[in-house]
Design a protein around this ligand. Structure first.
Ligand SMILES: *[C@@H]1O[C@H](CO)[C@@H](O)[C@H](O)[C@H]1NC(C)=O
Length: 231
């Protein structure tokens, strides 16, 4: 074991701690925001700025985690098998496909969609179903995991493969917290939209859609338009 992974290196444990800390931090931060609007309050009441601040924080924490990961790898033994041509080719493939998944997912979701905007009440209009979400349901997490694996293989470090398993476990646990919670946020919006629709009907209010169209087209003043209708 000692020639595969050097368990006496403190950097190994610092890296492991950062890998566990990051998703734990953003889940706690996002839920605190959802329940108490803590980050929005810190951002002077602006939820969009709050979400941007969280995005920057998560991004920087990711950079720090990656730096600790590389530092941990440098202190670990290298295995010749992982330096073979096949393994090195796989490393490039992992990093490349991982980055494609992460970047295309950010492109599809935008900043607020990527960085937990739902918890700030900044919801996506529609569920994103195109690439990369038709390949995997969590492209950000699996893409990131692939990048960790590719880096481990690139440097030929079995310890990196071990840390990658920890990354995968941490993300899988994060998903069991995040998926049902965000599903409920969107289900709540749906219920509220339905509720509002029924309320409007009960009060015999003009359909919202028609009014919007009329305003958008700059039609005749509403008063005039109502006239012929009452004939
Ligand atoms: C995913 O969607 C993209 C378009 O967004 C399409 O080109 C691609 O073939 C789809 N892939 C799969 C596996 O369905």
């Amino acid at each position: 074991m000692a020639n595969l992974v050097d368990l006496s290196q403190p950097s190994l444990y610092i890296s492991a701690a950062m890998i566990i800390f990051n998703p734990t931090f953003w889940n706690i931060a996002a839920r605190t925001e959802y329940h108490h609007k803590t980050i929005t309050k810190l951002a002077g009441g602006n939820s969009l700025y709050g979400c941007y601040a969280l995005a920057v924080t998560i991004f920087v924490l990711g950079l720090i985690r990656d730096a600790f990961y590389e530092r941990a790898l440098r202190a670990q033994p290298t295995h010749p098998l992982l330096l073979s041509l096949g393994s090195q080719a796989l490393a490039v493939l992992c990093v490349a496909s991982g980055n494609v998944l992460v970047l295309s997912s950010m492109w599809a979701l935008g900043i607020t969609g990527t960085y937990l905007g739902d918890y700030f009440g900044i919801l996506m209009d529609d569920m994103v179903t195109g690439f990369p979400f038709n390949v995997t349901d969590a492209p950000m997490y699996y893409g990131s995991t692939l990048s960790f694996l590719g880096t481990a293989l690139w440097y030929g470090k079995p310890a990196g493969v071990l840390l990658t398993v920890l990354v995968l476990v941490a993300y899988r646990i994060a998903l069991t917290f995040e998926d049902p919670f965000t599903a409920e946020i969107y289900a709540k919006r749906e219920r509220e939209q339905k509720g509002r629709g029924m309320q409007a009907h009960g009060k015999k209010v003009e359909p919202i859609g028609e009014k919007t169209v009329a305003q958008g087209k700059k039609m005749e003043p509403l008063g005039e338009k109502v006239g012929p209708k009452s004939d």
